[in-house]
Design a protein around this ligand. Structure first.
Ligand code: UD1
Length: 419
């Protein structure tokens, strides 16, 4: 077991380089199963979700060569089995992308029920509905999902709810299907677009990703033989933007797509921070106590739920009373109890939390309840007076590369300690 020990307060200052996007990487890796060839993936974040994805691909027959820490070459010419290791697939959420990819590649797949952060109920009915409309049969039982299709045929699929995972999964299943698939009410997140860009670079014909309607014209084969660089991580960039504001710091955040961060920039400006936009980098600073703001999380281009806890730290320290309405996940306020241990005054009920801003937080032992909650607690520990210990690091390591090195490089006094 490990913990992070943080001594604050420290205004975070300096430059930080953003890695490739976790949520794009964990979809692009399974997407390589659709390729009857070899491809190279660059700008892959070196995080545990990526490592587990690679392990699953290898168990299915893929050959992976690590060129550098963030670049792999993957040969998916020989996929020998349709059974994924159930213990590995149930370790993280994105293992459900193996279903869309393997239905396309082999017409059959068995995966463990996806794991991941406990944010409330995480149904996959829209994924299943999409697969069935393409001609697959899907059964779920005893912690296992089994899907089979003699052939997949394009169809018009209306999503009852905007779902990132279902949009990507149906796109994966449709790439090699016969005819045209239309996904209506599709998710528009940057990683949906990135997966479509990757597949198109490998020979797919996907149009409209990033809008409400995605059209996939089925092709016979994906050839690969190409190098693809994963999009910069919108959520990692937003995490550091909010860390700059919460700690009254001054950060230059490099290697990001600033357009993806518009909703965060707008809220930072609303609370009194300054954001200078240079297209592929952002200068964010705030030399005073932030002011209150209200937030509602929404699908892209709305304020992302995955930055709600980090924004929560800013509002916990803000001047005045703020309200966050979480519209995506039903239990994403577990981190507020941890912040309250540090002196915050937050009342959370259901999907709403009221933040009575306090001037300072004080260090305390806290528990990372999920991935983004963990990032929020590191920010809180950096802003707080005294020593904070963050426990349960496995969540954080699933999604942030070298998190403590990065915080240390911008001034945080943070150390990882074995317990
Ligand atoms: C992805 C992200 C996650 C992020 C979330 C919302 C990955 C690996 N994870 O999760 O970090 O918090 O998007 O931006 O990319 N829903 C259904 N039925 C379904 C699917 C979803 O009702 O079949 C509901 C969910 O309960 C939730 C909402 O739709 O309320 C959005 O979920 P979705 O976009 O699918 O989230 P994930 O893809 O699981």
């Amino acid at each position: 077991m490990e913990k992070l020990v943080i001594k604050g307060p420290t205004p975070l200052k300096g430059e930080i380089k953003i890695n490739g996007a976790k949520n794009a990487a964990v979809a692009i890796l399974p997407a390589t199963l659709l390729i009857d060839g070899i491809c190279t993936l660059d700008n892959l974040p070196h995080i545990s979700d990526v490592m587990i994805s690679c392990e699953i691909l290898e168990k299915l027959g893929a050959k992976i060569t690590w060129n550098t820490k963030n670049c792999i070459t993957i040969d998916t010419r020989h996929i020998d089995t349709t059974q994924t290791p159930l213990d590995l697939t149930s370790k993280f959420r994105a293992s459900y992308y193996m279903i869309g990819s393997m239905l396309g590649r082999k017409g059959e797949i068995e995966v463990g029920m996806p794991g991941g952060c406990q944010l409330g109920a995480r149904p996959i009915d829209q994924h299943i509905k999409g697969f069935e409309m393409l001609g697959a049969t899907v059964s779920v039982g005893n912690g296992v999902i089994y899907a089979k299709a003699d052939s997949l045929v394009g169809n018009s699929i209306y999503m009852d709810i905007v779902s990132v995972g279902a949009t990507i999964n149906i796109m994966l299943a449709a790439v090699l299907a016969k005819g045209t698939t239309t996904i209506d009410n599709a998710a528009k997140e940057p990683h949906v677009v990135d997966v479509a860009n990757f597949l198109n670079a490998m020979g797919a014909d996907i149009r409209g990703a990033g809008t409400d309607i995605i059209k996939i014209n089925g092709v016979d084969r994906l050839n690969g033989n190409s190098t693809y660089s994963v999009v910069p991580d919108q959520i990692e960039a937003g995490t550091f933007m909010l860390a700059a504001v919460a700690t009254k710091g001054d950060l230059l955040i490099k290697n990001c797509i600033t357009k993806h961060l518009d909703s965060i920039t707008a809220k930072i400006v609303e609370v009194g921070g300054i954001v200078e936009d240079f297209g592929d980098s952002l200068h964010v600073y705030c030399n005073h106590r932030p002011s209150k703001a209200n937030i509602k999380t929404l699908p892209y281009p709305g304020f992302p739920t995955d930055l709600q806890p980090q924004m929560g730290v800013v509002l916990a320290l803000a001047d005045g009373t703020s309200i966050i309405n979480e519209s995506i996940w039903e239990s994403r306020f577990q981190y507020t109890q941890e912040l309250n241990k540090m002196g915050a005054q937050i009342t959370a009920q259901g999907k709403t939390a009221i933040f009575e801003g306090v001037e300072t937080l004080s260090g305390s032992p806290v528990c990372s309840t999920d991935l983004r909650a963990g990032a929020a607690l590191i920010i809180a520990g950096t802003a707080a007076n005294g020593v904070t210990e963050v426990h349960n690091l496995e969540h954080i390591d699933r999604g942030y590369e070298d998190i403590e090195e990065k915080f240390r490089s911008i001034g945080a006094q943070i150390n990882r300690i074995k317990t």
